[in-house]
Design a protein. Sequence first.
Length: 304
Amino acid sequence: MIKGLFLRQRPADILNFLFLLVLTVIVAVFHEKIKNPSLLVVLYSVLFFMQAAVIMLRHRGKFWRLFYSLIFPSISILLIFDSLGWIVHYISPSDIDPMLIRLDYSMFGCYPTVALESFTTPLLTDLFQVAYSSYYVIPFSLGIALYRKGRMEEFDHTLFLIMLCFYLSYAGYMIFPALGPRFTMAHLQSFELEGLFMAGYIQDILNSLEGVKRDAFPSGHTAVALTVVYMAWKFERRLFYVFVPVVAALVVSTVYCRYHYVIDVMGGVALTVITIVMGEAIYGMSPYRCCTSEEKNTAETKDS
């Protein structure tokens, strides 16, 4: 009975439960190496029980429905990402940057971030830094568009694939830790990136928010943004046409702004394919989709 009830939950909720459990197990196994393991266990436990609580509260008004649908998943994704700084380097102390640098050089016969200096201008740096930052807005834009229209089945489908992409990228960071060229290749760059108006401020904000996470490979920015584009193509075609040029600029910006190697971007594209194939298969088999129209109408009545 409990198993059946669990499996009938929203796929994104099941994914969140399982990923929190996996992280807790990782912390338990590597507790002697990880910094502040007890704090991490508390964090993951709180998120786990909050997930259960918001599931029970989701039909108690519009606020709880919004919190359950959009706000809490965002909190989970952000807090879990932030916690990786206390895990990755301690369970995988050897960064793979040297290998990534060699792969880039073998493909291009140069170091891409250094070669791009020939095209660097302050205005272009501003534009690409803004494009890079759009990563934090694009998923919300699609989610809010679907939520406001009451297209909850499409919203839940989209949330699951986006959350799956995030968590697969987090797993990638733990398996393939890499700092990225802004740290490892700074000594090869002739100058630091400077913008006209915004780049410096955005860089400072991102540095304070993201810190040093060893999150270069695969490029989560690329993978998540492309997954959002795919879901927009399926469910919100107008936004799809808006997202395409923005995401194209975002992908270029990952290398131009020295956050990623080109091989990271290629890894991000591969991760997008894995996310879509795996995510669509899992979502298609989910009992959650078999809820009757009467059950869904009852939930909507309770929300109103």
